[in-house]
Write a protein that binds this ligand. Structure first.
Ligand code: NAD
Length: 390
């Protein structure tokens, strides 16, 4: 169980780019990072509007002189200080991730970047090489993948409790973009423009969460072929999609079905995962994140609750709240930030042995998401054709 005791040598001095008053995801980062004392938020370029960014930074306790006008000034100012930051989180629109990540790494700073990581696998590979040369960590924040019941599912699959995996059924949908974009805010505008969002809208925005979480549960299975059908129900969003279906063939013969949509009017179900094996199935949804449905063929269904002693050690070790008390998204973010802090701490100490076995969502996780997106777009652009996964 995680109880907040420090698990790294010293707290990391931390900065954020984006994620200020007008950003949707910034508080999730702070909820994750500031929980266990592993990070101290000492600097930031929190907003495109530098004045608002400074005002916001001061209001959350950052010294005014360390609230910078942009990321370039942040890097220059912080690398000139003896007590400059160790790590920078990037919580800005997709098109800025590559440039800011590269600049931070070149300046010797670790990075925690939002998904989808970059636009292309080539960019991911280039940045992975840079990080490796510099001995720096790049972490990626896939929100729910630190949840104890996600790791319970992985442990049960690994133990063979489901038998051979046959069906993977993934859904992340909502209806927030069911109407048109007239008068839409900035967060919708940049998400629906290929210049700022990249080659996808909902596939990258929410589909990458499904794909990465399923990889945590099924690390032994690789997608061999896929078919992606995507559509913009609101025509001004084309060529990007507000709805997509992806069929996947895995290398063990399993079949996958993934549905992402932001035009599922009225739906608040968000994420749902079902893994079906030859003996049993698991189903988990973020509507009831503290419950895992376990159904063995021929037996009454069971609901497993987080934090209960009957769970696997892999799940109990990362539980925070204990059974009976709902454990959710904020707790998951705290685990993700903790794992990345441990990776940074090990990198700073040159402890390569630790890094070899330590689980955290790193650049490979970000790259795999981008690779999956590239394949989805290739299939969709070929008229929803089956393609070999490249
Ligand atoms: P948003 O539009 O709500 O906020 C973006 C913020 O970044 C704004 O405050 C803007 O002023 C600021 N910004 C833009 N460019 C900047 C720059 N160069 N320097 C400093 N600040 C800058 O966007 P959002 O929804 O917070 O999304 C940001 C990123 O987070 C996206 O990549 C998105 O895909 C990702 N995201 C991830 C999750 C998750 O669960 N991991 C959830 C939501 C968003």
């Amino acid at each position: 169980m995680i109880n907040g005791e420090r698990l790294i040598s010293r707290p990391l001095r931390w900065a954020m780019v984006g994620g200020g008053r007008t950003g949707q995801v910034g508080y999730k980062h702070r909820t994750g990072a500031l929980r266990d004392g592993g990070y101290q938020l000492v600097a930031g370029a929190f907003d495109l509007d530098a004045e608002m960014g400074r005002d916001f930074g001061v209001n959350i306790g950052v010294a005014a002189e360390r609230c910078y006008q942009d990321y370039k000034a942040l890097i220059a100012g912080e690398t000139a200080r003896e007590d400059g930051v160790d790590v920078v989180s990037i919580a800005t629109p997709n098109f800025t991730h590559y440039e800011i990540t590269k600049a931070c790494l070149q300046a010797g700073l670790h990075v925690i970047c939002e998904k989808p990581l970059f636009f292309t696998v080539a960019e991911c590979d280039e940045v992975a090489r840079l990080a490796e040369q510099k001995g720096l960590i790049v972490g990626v924040t896939y929100g729910y993948t630190g949840h104890p019941l996600v790791h319970q599912m992985a442990a049960m699959v690994k133990k063979g409790m489901l038998g051979d995996i046959r069906i993977v059924d993934l859904q992340y949908t909502h209806g927030f973009n069911a109407g048109d974009d007239v008068g839409a805010g900035e967060a919708v505008k940049w998400r629906t423009n290929p210049r700022t969002a990249g080659p996808t809208f909902v596939l990258g925005d929410i589909g990458t969460h499904l794909y990465y979480l399923s990889q945590i549960v099924l690390p032994h299975m690789k997608v061999e072929r896929l078919l992606c059908d995507r559509k913009a129900f609101i025509p001004t969003r084309a060529p990007l999609e507000d709805h997509a279906t992806v069929l996947m063939h895995y290398d063990n013969g399993a079949r996958g079905r993934l549905w992402v949509s932001s035009v599922n009017a009225g739906n608040m179900g968000s994420q749902r995962y079902r893994f079906v094996g030859s003996k049993a199935s698991l189903e988990w949804s973020d509507s009831h994140p503290d419950q895992l449905i376990y159904e063995v063929q021929g037996e009454p269904g069971r609901i497993l609750h987080h934090g209960m002693p009957y769970l696997e050690q892999e799940s109990l070790a990362i539980d925070r709240m204990g059974a009976l008390h709902t454990e959710g998204l904020g707790d998951s973010w705290s685990n993700i930030y903790l794992w990345i802090a441990q990776a940074i701490d090990a990198a700073n100490r040159g402890d390569r042995a630790f890094l070899k076995t330590h689980h955290y969502p790193g650049i490979a996780a970000g790259t795999e998401g981008v690779r999956w997106l590239e394949n989805c777009v290739r299939s969709a652009d070929a008229g929803a054709a089956w393609i070999d996964f490249a």
